[in-house]
Design a binder for this molecule. Sequence first.
Ligand SMILES: N[C@@H](CCC(=O)N[C@@H](CS)C(=O)NCC(=O)O)C(=O)O
Length: 257
Amino acid sequence: MAISRLYHAVSSYYSMIARLALAIAGIDYSSRVMDIHRRREQLTPEYGAINPHMTVPALVTETSILDDSRDILKWAVRERPEVFVDGGESEQSFLNAHAAFSIEGLTFGTAMLRWPLLKWVFPRLLAKACASLRRQQKDHPDLDEVFANKTAQNEARIRFFTQGSLKEKVETLSATAADLLARVPPPRGIYLYGDKPSAADVVLAVFLARLKMIGEWALVADRPDLMAWFDRISVTPAYQAADVWTVFSLKRVVRNR
Ligand SMILES: N[C@@H](CCC(=O)N[C@@H](CS)C(=O)NCC(=O)O)C(=O)O
């Protein structure tokens, strides 16, 4: 069986979900680290042909291309049913709420409120990306819709970060993150549903790591059970191998490794 190829980025939240899912499943893959910040490799026609959303991660398996972390997680669970446990309705409710949540809004919004210079930098970088996308759209009529959708997504991001009160938006996202945590049932064992991991364990581990990274760990304060669960998960070999960030490293972003 041919080995799958994972397109991912070191600092990317959803790439961390894919990496952790594959690490827990024990599935080997060949790694293609994408530079999504400086070289914007996700916005190239070559990558657009692989992942029309122009986002990371994407997993190219022997039989299909999975262009979303949720699909990669589902695939890993299906491939290794002996490793994972199904958490039923409560798990689905958490996964659906997480999928609807804008971790990007919370991450970048928090950073922009903390370092006001970023309020100026981020929208300009996004505007540059839009300009590059429009240029490429003209040169690649075969990917017309892919480029148009990506431009629209980046325009929406600019509106989110520049229009109205960013502080209020971040407060709303923090409150939604707290609701998300409230949906997580008390862990029944080492993992959420006993002695085997579930898809929810994968997502929650990356979510809590992100709250730690962006200085929002206080949201977990009234869930000591989840703090203890995170302490257990974060020392496992799979978590270590997945390179889940709890501390932001500009040096690693710049070096892209
Ligand atoms: N729903 C997608 C979201 C992927 C996503 O937004 N990835 C971010 C990195 S965490 C990305 O590629 N950003 C670069 C861009 O959109 O240009 C998934 O779960 O894979």
